[in-house]
Design a protein around this ligand. Sequence first.
Ligand code: SF4
Length: 202
Amino acid sequence: MSNLTQTYPVMEHFYTIQGEGAHTGKAAYFIRLAGCDVGCSWCDVKESWQEEGHPILSIQELVDAVKTSGAKMVVITGGEPLLHDLDPLTEALAQCQVSLHIETSGSSPFSGKFDWITLSPKKFKRPVTDIYPKVAELKVVVVNKKDFQWAEEHAALCPESTQLYLQPEWETPQAMGWIVEYVKEHPHWNISLQTHKYLDVP
Ligand code: SF4
C-alpha cells in the first residue's frame, strides 16, 4: 500500500474535458505535476518548468480531490511527469476505480501503472527507449514540415496497435494545412486539435 503522506509538487489539478488525442471530449481529472527539463521553445506551460514555487500535495490530498470530483478518468501530465516516481501515486489512484492515463515526452525513465499511455516525443530531449512498447497513443506536435519525419520515426518504434495523432502547434496555424494534406496521404494518422482551447476550458 502506498504511503499516502508522500508528496508531489503540483502546478494545478482540476476536473475538465480532455481536449486532445484519442480521448477527446471525455471528462477527466488532470493532475499537472511541476518540473520539466525538456525545454520546448513553443511550450504553453512554461510556468510548469520549475518544481519550486508550486503547492506540495500529498497523495491523500490528490486521491481525495479525485474522489470528490466523481471523475472516471485521471490524466497525469506536466511539466514532465516522469521526472517523479509515479509508482506510489498510481498505486493509490488505482483504488479510486478510475482509468489512469499519462501524457509524457518519455524523456525520463518510466514509472507508474497506467491504463493509457500517450507519448508526445520532443526533439529537445528524446524519449528513453523503455517507453516504446507501452505506448497506446503517439501524439506528435507539428511545428515545421520536418516533424512528419520525426513522427514516422517514432511510429516505427511503437506497437502496431498504437493510435497515431498529429497535432498543430497552437501558434503555428499554417501547420493545420500541412497536417490535413499529410493525413489524406497517410490515412493511418489522425488529427488531434487542442479542443479545450476552443471550448475555453482549462
Ligand atoms: S515537454 Fe511539455 S511541459 Fe516540457 S517543455 Fe515540452 S511542452 Fe513544455
